[in-house]
Design a protein around this ligand. Structure first.
Ligand code: ADP
Ligand code: ADP
Length: 233
């Protein structure tokens, strides 16, 4: 069964008297083991669709099912818990706190969740190890390269071991060596039975994906899928 299922999802932004139909009736299913590239021109609705998929933005209508549960039908603590356990989010600009070290950035999620500092640090170090960064755990973001910063952001997204990883232009700020290393990590997530949806303009990311979903003016226009999952990697 799909890890992510969107059914007729719609979102309109209203600012003053202006309405922007950012996402119209989008339906999409993403299966375990799939790396999906979401492509399309700037402003076509990719970030909005990812935010809706990851529980960051409630759609105006439609349903979002993550790991078999209808995300926005959950309330209060159950909503937050399911989102935290099921979804990891990676942003283009890394979204790291500049005043915290790499390991502290990764620990933050668990600490906010009430975990002890000691246990959170152990889990964060394990996550940093999984992205090859345990050697720089005590450095601040400004002391890391862009690729290292993005790997810290990925470690943070992976701390709760989510099966679904959503990434918004994760390689936009990276050179091709770092892009490849980030793609390698995303490929590992899907190889382990997870799924990943990546909004991207990067042809290198599209080439590594199992499916390329094209978006234009808030709608999906094309869904190309190779015959065999895994073939493209
Ligand atoms: P993309 O990620 O493809 O660049 P977005 O989802 O960011 O597209 O934006 C889709 C459309 O919605 C754009 O026209 C954008 O300007 C508009 N938009 C995005 N966020 C907001 C917001 N918070 N308020 C109003 N309009 C928004
Ligand atoms: P991306 O490059 O990832 O598509 P954007 O630069 O479009 O992101 O948007 C960055 C942030 O600004 C997002 O949180 C988005 O919701 C918000 N935003 C985008 N367009 C508008 C807009 N027209 N009015 C208000 N907020 C917007």
């Amino acid at each position: 069964s799909p890890l992510l299922k969107l059914d007729s999802v719609r979102k309109t932004y209203t600012s003053g008297s202006v309405e922007v139909h950012a996402v119209h009736h989008v339906s999409l299913s993403v299966m375990p083991g799939e790396l999906v590239a979401l492509m399309g021109p700037s402003g076509c609705g990719k970030s909005t669709l990812l935010s809706i998929s990851g529980g960051l933005l409630r759609p105006d209508s439609g349903t979002v099912t993550v790991g078999g549960l209808s995300l926005y039908d959950l309330v209060g603590a159950r909503f937050h818990e399911h989102r935290r356990r099921s979804v990891g989010f990676v942003f283009q600009d890394f979204n790291l706190m500049r005043t915290l070290t790499a390991v502290e950035n990764v620990m933050l999620v668990d600490e906010l969740d009430g975990m002890s500092r000691k246990q959170a640090r152990q889990r964060a170090l394990a996550a940093l190890r999984s992205v090859g960064l345990d050697g720089v755990a005590d450095r601040y973001p400004s002391e890391l390269s862009g690729g290292q910063q993005q790997r810290v952001a990925i470690a943070r997204a992976l701390t709760g071991c989510p099966r679904l990883v959503l990434a918004d232009e994760p390689t936009g700020a990276l050179d091709s060596t770092n892009t490849r290393s980030v793609l390698g990590l995303l490929a590992e997530i899907v190889a382990a039975g997870g799924a990943c949806v990546v909004a991207t303009h990067d042809p290198e990311v599209a080439a590594a994906a199992h499916r390329v979903v094209q978006m234009l003016d808030g709608a999906l226009t094309e869904d190309a899928r190779p015959a065999v999952v895994g073939e493209a990697l």
